[in-house]
Design a protein around this ligand. Structure first.
Ligand SMILES: [Zn+2]
Length: 319
């Protein structure tokens, strides 16, 4: 097929192509016979393939047409590598059309500490608002996944590394409390580098706050499903992400508290192969299942069918 041919040719040209960049023209000297073709080839290639339409898979090096990557939910069709996906795109792929009612959509962070470093927190926030079109690192709301209404929170790594500040903590806490009030399961899909250092202690206290809300949700005998996606670290993993009744992860996701280098330096020990991957943590019992992105919605419906039997029974008794 045409796609395969193009993939092979572009790989033959230059293996240092960055993601999101059109394959460059052939090198002038010492290339393959393809590279020595007349310049017309590279010119016509430039015309045919506008810049930014291809992404190189970091795992298998295949060049993937961006449209194909989008249609495949940002999963490499060759090697199943899961690329980072935005929160809105993920919600769109999971909830029923028009069923999602977003909560606290306008809540934004405040620079309560007047933090300044290499750049100020205010500058960071301003650039991230412009760059990502998001207000903060999580989107929350009530929506339907198949026949199940759920309280759904989805984090977005593109906003300040998915860091958990006061807004992430507050939005998730309100979501969980709404879930408790409305008798709904809670699903949180997390990706994060950890607590947001610009907010100091205000970000750390979100760990306790979200977990307290989840404890009340649990006491009401309502299920909480935590879905871990790449990467998922530090304060988020040490709080709401790791206390799910059911903990799922995407294939290949890196999950941990401190990063491997810090652990290696501290313990002065060789880390086992595959350390901190979803697969390693499944073997060691932290995770209940690894679910590919494209199967996530159907698998969630199955899990919810099972986990909401009690809720449905209580509703029947009340009626
Ligand atoms: Zn790949």
């Amino acid at each position: 097929m045409a796609t395969t041919v193009l993939t092979k040719k572009s790989l033959g040209l230059d293996t240092t192509v960055e993601p999101g960049v059109t394959p460059p023209p052939a090198p002038p000297e010492g290339g393959t016979s393809f590279a020595k073709k007349p310049k017309i080839t590279s010119k016509s290639r430039k015309r045919d393939i506008p810049e930014g339409l291809w992404t190189k898979c970091p795992r298998c090096s295949a060049m993937i047409f961006d449209k194909e990557l989008d249609e495949n939910l940002k999963v490499c069709p060759t090697c199943n590598h899961h690329f980072t996906i935005g929160a809105r795109e993920r919600i769109h792929s999971m909830v029923e059309t028009c069923s999602f009612e977003e909560m606290d959509a306008t809540m934004i962070s405040v620079d309560v500490l007047g933090f300044t470093g290499a750049s100020s927190y205010k500058d960071k926030l301003n650039s991230n608002w412009r760059k990502t079109n998001l207000k903060d690192a999580v989107i929350t709301g009530i929506g339907a996944i198949g026949p199940h209404r759920v309280a759904l929170g989805v984090m977005d790594f593109s906003f300040l590394g998915g860091s958990m500040g006061s807004v992430v903590g507050e939005k998730l806490t309100r979501l969980i409390e709404r879930g408790t009030e409305k008798n709904l399961p809670v699903i949180i899909i997390s990706t994060s580098g950890g607590a947001r250092m610009y907010e100091g202690m205000f970000s750390l206290m979100q760990m306790a706050k979200t977990c307290a809300a989840l404890a009340y949700h649990g006491q009401a005998k309502l299920p909480y499903i935590s879905i871990l996606t790449n990467p998922d670290y530090a304060g988020v993993m040490a709080s709401y992400a790791s206390v799910g009744d059911l903990i799922l992860a995407e294939p290949g996701a890196l999950i941990g508290f401190a990063g491997p280098r810090v652990i290696k330096d501290t313990t002065q020990a060789e880390l086992p192969p595959g350390f901190q991957t979803a697969e390693f943590l499944l073997d060691h019992g932290l995770i209940d299942a690894i679910v590919p992105r494209k199967e996530m919605k159907l698998r969630l419906i199955e899990y919810l069918d099972y986990l909401t039997v009690g809720i449905r029974a209580r509703e029947v008794i009340k009626a």
